[in-house]
Ligand binder design. Structure first.
Ligand code: B12
Length: 272
């Protein structure tokens, strides 16, 4: 076992602070070692860190919208052209680890050369033990032939009502056998339910149904659903209507960047 260069309690405490700030609760943050993630991925997608390095996956819980995002907007912290939710998550993470040597990758970031995601959020959530990642391979004798179905993570308490926001890597903090890898709870064990889940996620995700594959303890509020169901370009207007965004002379305080088509702007990335 390698000895930690930073006191593990301190790391745990900082994570608790973060949990409060982002209104996630205890399982909103899951620790893991980077080696568990790299073990299931090809070389091109691995994290360039020693296999015993401490890593943390950050999930946002259903009440993040009311408890972190709307107050963030109300305080006028949101500026510029990037997506307000992304700004809120970034602000919370940055203010939770002042002075800590932590490398943060956000779910929407791509590697410049390959245009592949900086980290695979679902794989990370699974190996962290936070949320089971159901993939085609988890359905025996699946009925889809060569029609690819994207996989989806289900959280044992929130079902599908959460998002995976970031990967934090504590460079230089090495953990060994004191952190045991725990499998995420398999809350969708039957073949039929897994087929239902993957079809709902791939074919009709807009109706929110896949998120209820197990009864969740909490769902997104109606207001949050209205926000995410609104086209990103129209979201500033909605926030203004709700009184969370001031209208500025000559346009709104927040606007998607000019010249960015829907497929290129971070305002449109489909991930909430
Ligand atoms: C690109 C992307 C999309 C693309 C393509 C989807 C895809 N999965 O490729 C599009 C635009 C279609 C899309 C759509 C949606 N997306 Co999207 N998307 C992403 C994004 C940014 C990257 C996914 C990706 O490219 N993966 C690369 C592929 C190759 O990875 P993979 O299929 O998992 O394969 C790897 C694993 O199989 C692993 N592996 C191999 N063996 C094993 C074994 C084990 C045990 C494990 C764990 C892993 C493992 O190795 C493979 C790679 O070699 C992620 C965020 C992120 N940074 O990860 C969100 C993400 C997957 N999206 C998400 C969501 C919610 C959506 C939407 C519902 C939109 C929305 N607004 O809500 C829709 C639904 C899908 C649909 N019907 O189209 C969520 C899913 C949350 C969840 N509960 O799982 C994510 C995680 C974003 C988030 N912040 O939470 N998305």
């Amino acid at each position: 076992m390698a000895s930690p260069t930073v006191n593990f309690e301190t790391v745990t405490f900082v994570m608790k602070t973060f949990v409060n700030d982002l209104s996630a609760y205890s399982s909103g943050v899951s620790e893991r070692q980077i080696g568990w993630y790299n073990d299931v991925l090809p070389a091109s997608l691995r994290q360039p860190h020693h296999e015993d390095t401490l890593a943390v996956v950050v999930l946002s819980t259903p009440d993040m919208f009311e408890r972190a995002f709307l107050p963030f907007m109300e305080k006028g912290c949101c500026q510029g052209v990037s997506d307000p939710i992304d700004q809120c998550v970034k602000h919370t993470i940055n203010s939770s680890f002042p002075g800590k040597k932590v490398e943060v990758s956000y779910d929407y970031e791509m590697l410049p050369a390959s245009r592949k995601p900086k980290f695979l959020a679902q794989t990370a959530a699974h190996v962290a033990g936070a949320a089971y990642y159901y993939q085609e391979a988890d359905v025996t004798d699946h009925p889809w032939g060569d029609k690819k179905k994207f996989g989806v993570c289900i959280h044992p308490r929130f079902g599908g009502w959460f998002a995976i926001r970031a990967l934090l890597v504590f460079e230089g903090v090495q953990v060994g056998c004191e952190v045991l890898q725990s499998s995420p709870p398999d809350c969708v064990p039957s073949r039929e339910a897994r087929i239902q889940l993957l079809e709902d996620f791939n074919l009709r995700w807009q109706d929110w149904k896949y998120r209820d594959i197990i009864p969740p303890v909490q769902r997104y509020s109606q207001r949050q659903r209205d926000y995410f169901s609104t086209r990103p370009a129209q979201r500033p207007a909605l926030l203004q209507e709700w009184g969370f965004l001031q209208k500025e002379k000559g346009g709104s305080q927040l606007e998607p960047p000019p010249g960015h088509g829907p497929q290129h702007s971070s305002w449109t990335s489909p991930r909430d």
